[in-house]
Design a protein around this ligand. Structure first.
Ligand SMILES: [Zn+2]
Ligand SMILES: [Zn+2]
Length: 155
């Protein structure tokens, strides 16, 4: 995988660069992600917010309703509305970057499939990639380096 990954919105105003590999990549099949993306699942690369450089344009935050009542803010290009990333639980230090907005989304395949209980029937999950009906225990699944990076952010 290249050290630097770039992407942006549909209209081209908003461009960003990831300055390192992500911590972990989620493929989420939950109903909220399906509805909010209009698709079968969402691909999120989890990365420290200070490792995402905004190269041009900016983002507007939209609060999403959640079952838990905890905040979920989606960052969208103000010009075209493309969702480029999210922050969950009010934790702005951690970015859930939409892998589909990368110039080459194939560079970041999912490390885990989550909320497969609401997966659409025709999506077949690959062998060898962990999958869970709901959420999962990152302490047992993430590489030690990613756990250390997360501790550096949240203590
Ligand atoms: Zn745009
Ligand atoms: Zn989801």
């Amino acid at each position: 995988m290249p050290d630097q990954l770039e992407g942006g919105c549909a209209c081209g105003q908003m461009r960003y660069r990831m300055t390192s590999a992500p911590l972990f990549v989620h493929c989420c099949h939950c109903k909220d992600c399906q509805r909010q993306t209009g698709s079968a699942f969402v691909l999120n690369a989890l990365i420290e917010t200070d490792r995402v450089d905004v190269l041009s344009g900016g983002t507007a935050l939209f609060g999403m309703p959640t079952d838990s009542g905890r905040p979920h803010d989606v960052a969208r290009c103000p010009g075209c509305g493309t969702a480029v990333w999210s922050h969950y639980g009010g934790r702005k230090e951690l970015t859930f970057l939409r892998v589909g907005t990368l110039d080459d989304p194939s560079l970041l395949p999912p490390d885990v499939h989550i909320y497969t209980r609401s997966k659409v029937q025709w999506v077949e999950l690959p062998e060898g990639v962990p999958a869970f009906p709901a959420y999962y225990d990152s302490k047992t699944l993430w590489p030690a380096e990613s756990l250390a990076r997360r501790r550096a952010v949240f203590g």
